[in-house]
Ligand binder design. Structure first.
Ligand code: GTP
Length: 324
């Protein structure tokens, strides 16, 4: 049984007290933020910062930890996968390594995700505005697994849902690392079929303007690659052209999970992605669900007509007039 913890309280050092969370009625559904990013990009730190930022602004939020292997969750998660599945026991029981353990734990949790959705849908006063989910650092375990898809689709069919793809900005100063991150973000957006906000984190160390310039102007990125004549660099140049279309429709924001810089802009970006979900993604989702329901209705009708033909074939015919 998936259990709920009390309303998340900000971790030590957070700015203000918690917003109340008693039962009530909410008309506007909360926006789900799936926080995804490479290991060490600052997902957990961002969740912690968001938690304290929402408490400071008295904005009701709800937090999920979907990383079964994390040792310490510095924010107060309302739902924690570790309360349902013990990752170390899963490793022992199924004789798995660390990644297999995380994947199997997530699979086990996904089978009960309807309970999580019901807890998120519970009416509260004031109503929730945001639901935030922290995902495993091994990015592909969430983005390319069946359980990751089940969880994403469960959210996306119940709430406006978006992906916050967290990037380690200082590490992206290397054009090759930048390109790897952009490809990852692009593939996640197309796989998830959801609006994506590119979150340049750690801007207290490095301002993300250089990355915006690279995205805006191909020549700029080309210049950064000039000193590199390897095959990977030639490939990065070509990919940069291919990604132009992706860049121009992409929402971006620069933040620092450490200092809290850019948090209001982050929430603005999340809201804009929520509107994109209503405008572009929800109609497509409805279309896919209708196509699935129509296909199922057609399958049942075909089965019924096959059954009735079989019955007709089996029904004994009245004896025909006796032959002479
Ligand atoms: N300077 C600076 N450091 C940060 C910021 N955000 C995170 N860090 C540091 O980056 C490191 C990784 O942060 P985490 O939040 O653990 O990153 P993560 O993506 O959750 O890592 P995994 O759980 O391994 O996937 C930690 O040492 C953080 O203190 C930031 O905005 N500025």
């Amino acid at each position: 049984m998936t259990s709920e913890r009390p309303q998340a309280a900000p971790a030590a050092g957070a700015e203000n007290e918690a917003a109340p969370s008693t039962s009530g009625c909410g008309a506007v559904p909360p926006t789900v933020i799936l926080v995804i990013g490479m290991a060490g990009s600052g997902k957990t730190a961002l969740m912690q910062r968001l938690n304290s930022h929402l408490h400071m602004r008295k904005i009701p939020g709800y937090i999920l930890n979907l990383d079964p292997a994390v040792l310490d969750v510095p924010y107060g998660a309302n739902i924690d996968i570790r309360d349902t599945v013990n990752y170390k026991n899963v490793m022992k029981e199924y004789n798995l390594g660390p990644n297999g353990g995380i994947l199997t734990s997530l699979n086990l949790f996904a089978t009960r995700f309807d309970q999580v959705i019901r807890l998120c849908e519970k009416e509260r006063n004031p109503p929730l505005q945001f639901i935030m989910a922290d995902t495993p650092g091994q990015i592909e375990i969430f983005t390319w697994s069946a359980s990751g898809s089940i969880i994403t689709q469960a959210f996306a069919s119940s709430f406006p849902t978006m992906i916050a793809y967290v990037v380690d900005t200082p590490r992206c100063m290397s054009p090759q690392t930048f390109m790897s991150n952009m490809l990852q973000a692009c593939s996640i957006m197309y796989k998830g079929q959801l609006p994506l906000l590119l979150v340049f984190n750690k801007t207290d160390v490095t301002d993300h303007q250089f990355a915006l310039d690279w995205m805006k102007d191909y020549e700029n990125f080309n210049e950064a690659l000039e000193s590199d004549s390897t095959y990977a660099s030639t490939l990065s140049r070509s990919l940069s052209l291919v990604l132009e279309e992706f860049y121009c429709n992409l929402r971006t924001v620069g933040v620092s999970a450490l200092t809290g810089l850019g948090m209001d802009e982050f929430l603005e970006g999340v809201k804009a992605c929520g509107q994109d979900w209503h405008r572009f993604y929800k109609p497509e989702l409805d279309r896919r669900q209708k196509a699935k329901a129509d296909a199922e209705a057609q399958r049942q009708a075909d089965e019924m007509s096959k059954l009735s033909l079989d019955r007709q074939a089996e029904t004994p015919r009245p004896p025909s007039a006796s032959k002479t």
